[in-house]
Design a protein around this ligand. Structure first.
Ligand code: GLN
Length: 470
């Protein structure tokens, strides 16, 4: 009840696309019954959770924040949603995002941008008052980051205790950093993608947003494991995720990738990053500079691979099978074209166009195949560093604290993604686990996060180290 009332109170944040009040209350009632009857309880029994609106939910509208899927009601639950419900979680609703998860601000969805709850914190309000006169009060709110900004705002505003995001190039870690949360991107293959509406199949993973590392570990433990409906999931059984209390980090080796020290990095993030490294060192850990030499190709390589997979993925939205259909009867092709023009925003259409260009017979070798080779080099950089004895890498998550909406929209989606995903994207190309954790508040009173990157399938070790640092 308390979470539902907070959802109503914070409606202006635009965190939710659909609030599933009736579902949540019914689930709560059932949970209470189980408790009173002394039945065995699930690990999330009675715990309110929210789900990004690009995960299929049975009987509940799933829009991807796009006109294309407005009114689309899936007939089944994504595996991760089902796993949460099987453990007794209460579904509070479906959260807002950039259209089809393409973006890094949660500003580009058809239901409007998500506002960062920290915009309304005491310290930041003080600062707002000092803005030049004439500027409208409400125009200066901050973005949440994205594309899982709705999920981040939902957890940050205490409307639920955990939320699912998705992470293809940073979409869970980026809003986690901007909203003062823990954001986990699991190893590719550890968690099922069945029912997650794809952006880039070879990089997508369900992500987890919580307030504390322990909470994220509980959720990851529930979600992890083989799914017969997703052939890319791990075959081996996954052990439960119980994080030990690490007391001694002196045997750890922490790598600091020198390519991540970019000129655009804000001085505050930079200084927190170096303080974090110092802390590990002062506790006896070995902290070494490492090199990931192909880092600078990561953004452009991601662009070619992402748009190519998008071009292929979005072909299913033709007005016949799902969601929107334009009422035009000149020809089938005209119906396809008009449906897609009305259904997708500029960002999605732009990516489909670029992707089809890269996949043209005459371009395929030079772009798509080349990008796949570069992707391998980027992934090998990480393998080399981990093979040299490094346990985890420590990096910034974002260049700076969350920026005001008006500043953010000055640049187009592509430029923004290129800047904002600089520390997160390569991880998706390499399929590695990573976590962003909040480390401090900036001088404006806004949260700043740092990222730990781990070896493939060493998610538990990664979270254990993050917990120590937390
Ligand atoms: N910003 C990236 C993009 O726009 C990442 C998106 C994501 O992780 N879903 O593609």
């Amino acid at each position: 009840q308390k979470c539902l009332s907070l959802i109503k109170k914070t409606k202006f944040l635009n965190a939710y696309i659909t609030v599933t009040e009736e579902v949540a209350l019914k689930q709560a009632e059932e949970s209470e019954k189980r408790y009173k009857n002394g039945q065995s309880l699930g690990d999330l029994d009675g715990i309110p959770v929210a789900v990004k609106d690009n995960f299929s939910t049975s009987g509940i509208e799933t829009t991807c924040a796009s006109n294309m899927l407005k009114g689309y009601v899936p007939p089944y639950n994504a595996t991760v949603v089902q796993k949460l419900l099987d453990q007794g979680a209460l579904l509070m609703g479906k959260t807002n995002l950039d259209e089809f998860a393409m973006g890094s601000g949660s500003t580009d969805g058809v239901f409007g941008p998500v506002k960062n709850p920290w915009s309304y914190s005491k310290q930041f309000r003080e600062k707002r008052k000092q803005k030049p006169r004439g500027e409208k009060e409400d125009s200066n709110w901050l973005i949440t980051g994205g594309s899982s900004g709705g999920s981040a705002a939902a957890v940050s505003a205490f409307t639920c205790f955990a939320a699912l995001g998705s992470d293809t190039g940073g979409s869970t870690r980026n809003p986690a950093a901007h909203c003062g949360l823990v954001g986990v991107k699991p190893s590719y293959g550890l968690v099922s993608r069945h029912g997650l509406i794809p952006l880039v199949n070879s990089m997508d993973v369900p992500g987890i947003l919580t307030r504390y590392v322990d909470d994220a570990a509980i959720v990851l433990g529930i979600l992890a494991g083989h799914d017969p409906k997703d052939s890319t999931t791990v075959q081996d059984p996954v052990k439960p995720f119980v994080l030990p209390n690490l007391t001694d980090v002196s045997k750890l080796c922490i790598g600091i990738p020198k390519e991540y020290l970019v000129p655009e990095l804000s001085s505050e993030v930079r200084s927190l990053w170096s303080k974090a490294a110092d802390l590990f060192e002062s506790e006896g850990a070995k902290v070494i500079d490492v090199s990931l030499p192909h880092t600078s190709y990561s953004i452009v390589c991601y662009h070619v691979l992402c748009t190519s997979e998008v071009a292929s993925n979005m072909a299913r939205f033709d007005g016949l099978e799902y969601g929107h259909r334009c009422d035009i009867d000149v020809s089938t092709e005209a119906m396809y074209a008009a449906t897609r023009r009305e259904g997708f925003n500029d960002v999605v259409r732009g990516r489909i166009l670029s992707g089809n260009f890269f996949l043209l017979k005459e371009n395929y070798e030079n772009y798509f195949i080349k990008a796949q080779k570069v992707r391998r080099l980027i992934a090998n950089d990480f393998v080399n560093v981990f093979n040299s004895g490094v346990d985890v890498l420590l990096t910034p998550t974002t260049l700076s604290e969350a920026v005001p909406y008006l500043e953010f929209i000055k640049e187009d989606n592509r430029t923004r993604s290129a800047q904002d995903d600089i520390f997160t994207q390569a991880v998706n190309m390499a399929g590695l686990p990573a976590v962003s954790i909040p480390v401090a508040l900036s001088k404006h009173g806004l949260p700043i996060g740092l990222q730990f990157i781990g070896r493939a399938f060493c998610d538990q070790q990664l979270l254990t180290i993050a917990k120590w640092f937390e």
